[in-house]
Write a protein that binds this ligand. Structure first.
Ligand code: GLU
Length: 305
């Protein structure tokens, strides 16, 4: 991409100079200890070229961004059978909402809200004897981070305070859309959310979605090309909770955010970009992350629209 580093640097400086509003997530106590002024960016092209700004090598909690990796794992194992257990429609509600499950009989709206990710964790518990190890091994393979570990302090912090997630698991189980015990499923869910990566690692990990399902550099076939298309479509419509429309409007790329302040966005057949800044707007998405990607895609016109 012509002048990519320059455009990234200029966009970074522009966002740095703006008012920095929002709050770090504190409902998971361990997340509130992060330095809120950290700000990193990494873009990786499908040819493996890499461009970075700021704190691109600092590890942070990727939280819900990891739901995309549970989705790629489940899709690669059971394919379209997944859609017997959940839908792929935007929810228009908060990430941890219970409200639609009552009228929709325990079928989550999509895999990227908490309800959907909890059902995917149930499927992973069915698929593997040791689901926590299998999931970690899978993320290690896709990301190439051989020594990746769960951040057990973050998982424990959420385990102690994750009342809504316990409620979601129990509520969905009452509709028989969870087969394992709620404790097994929420334990896996909290560990999934605890994974930490740097912007560099995150942008690389998501490279397969910019490369028709094949990981860049290693050529690992993570998902089929048609499945990569579907994951991108789900990220586009459901990746930013009740702000998915706003993200499409401002940024115009498939993407996924997490309450750790990270977000990743994909331009299919071109690049994957990760941005991290811990202060969140009122919808739970990184304040600076949204601004950065909006200005970047306005400038480059690298958007799907
Ligand atoms: N672990 C977080 C939760 O379940 C994930 C939320 C997010 O990043 O959207 O509340």
């Amino acid at each position: 991409m012509i002048d990519c580093q320059n455009i990234l640097d200029n966009t970074y400086q522009k966002v740095l100079k703006m008012e920095h509003v929002g709050d770090v997530a504190s409902y998971i106590p361990e997340l509130s200890t992060v330095n809120p002024d950290q700000f990193g960016v990494c873009l990786i092209t499908k040819n493996g070229e890499q461009f970075t700004c700021g704190d691109a090598t600092v590890k942070f909690s990727i939280q819900s961004i990891a739901k995309v990796l549970s989705l790629s794992l489940v899709l690669s194992k059971i394919g379209d059978k997944l859609w017997e257990r959940m839908d792929f429609e935007p929810s228009g509600t908060a990430f941890n909402s219970l409200v639609q499950l009552e009228s929709e009989n325990g079928i989550p709206r999509n895999p990227l809200i908490n309800a959907g990710a909890i059902v995917m964790c149930d499927i992973i518990c069915d698929l593997f004897d040791d689901p926590k190890t299998a999931l970690l091994d899978y993320v290690r393979e896709v990301s190439g981070i051989k020594d990746l570990q769960y951040a057990t302090d973050i998982a424990a912090s959420e385990q102690a305070t994750g009342y809504r997630n316990y409620a979601l698991a129990n509520f969905i189980k009452s509709f028989e859309n969870i087969h394992n015990t709620c404790n097994q499923v929420t334990d896996l869910y909290f560990h999934l959310c605890s994974i930490e990566m740097t912007c560099e690692q995150l942008a690389y990990t998501f490279g397969f979605l910019a490369n028709q399902g094949k990981q860049i550099k290693t050529d690992m076939k993570v998902v089929k090309p048609a499945q990569a298309k579907r994951i991108n479509a789900i990220m586009q419509t459901c990746g930013f909770y009740d702000e998915a429309g706003e993200f499409a409007f401002r940024v115009g790329l498939p993407g996924k955010s997490g309450v750790g302040g990270g977000m990743v966005a994909i331009l299919p057949n071109a690049f994957s970009i990760a941005v991290w800044s811990p202060k969140l707007n009122k919808h739970g998405n990184s304040y600076r992350g949204m601004k950065f990607l909006e200005y970047f895609t306005d400038e480059t016109q690298d958007t799907v629209f």
